[in-house]
Design a protein around this ligand. Sequence first.
Ligand code: ZN
Length: 347
Amino acid sequence: MSFRALALWRSGYAEDCKSLHPGSIPGGASSFFLMIYKAGQAAIYSPFNNLQAPNVLSFALIATCGNYALSIRAIGEINMQHNYKLVLLTSIALSLIGNAGFARDGMEKHHKAEAKAESHDRTAAPHWSYNGHDGPENWGTLSPAYGACASGTQQSPIDLMAARLAPLPAISINWKGFVPTVVNNGHTIQVNSDKKGTMVLDGKTYTLLQFHFHHNSEHTVNGRHYPLEAHFVHQAEDGSLGVLGVFFKEGQANPALQKIWNIAPLDPGQMKAKKKFKPGALLPRDRGYFRYEGSLTTPPCSEVVSWAVFDQPLEASRAQIDAFAGLYADNYRPVQNTNRRFILHTQ
Ligand SMILES: [Zn+2]
């Protein structure tokens, strides 16, 4: 019998941790885990690298911060008959270590990981998250710089419903293959481009900066979430943003997605790919789209984004969706009021 387990240990999560970069992993946890692996002869795999591995214990470890605290999230497919003792032992041991306040070398490594992590919020910007007191409901009060999250009238995401059919032009997408850097930034898995690809939306040319993923989808269609949504973030010369949204529904495994999953760091940090990646493989064939004016869906929620969300979803396998959910179980902002905006949809 095997089952999926999602467990969360939070051991003495100290207040001072919250000012630190989220999700940085004390390297000690990894080495400890490796020790368990060697001792137990159990197969412990990255869920991103071994999606198909049957009957094994697969774990993602996310440890956060701190001189005093260690937070560990474990996910896995666990074969109960063979591995449950190991799981129990491991979880107890990790909890104990967390409580004991993991050692200074863990902290050193933590800082190294932090320095290495390429994240858009590594400045002094206040920490935010997807739940709890610094979750979406409170983003607007975490910092004056995040005010638009609460007071904005053109916020994203929104529910894509009651769209007006309009003769919208095809979006001209001129992306090329590039050797990407895949970043785990504490909020999502992000793929940084070489900034050479472009798109033309409403006559304006934008350069592809990066794309990243949300689980569940941020936009909904007639109130319904998809399990996954990719955002291709482009910037124009005037600084404004054009973001293309692509939904994924559960279905066949997606080979292009898998190339990214294979090198996605499980802990905050980044990995440079060895081969070129063609981002066009993550576009639907049918390019009908919804179009509206909105914002960033993360703090500071700036209302500078022209959105185009394709109406045809791509497919991703259950295992691929679960692998992402193992790292980011709910990195989506709830839908915002449409207010007086029009949503257009290609005819
Ligand atoms: Zn996004």
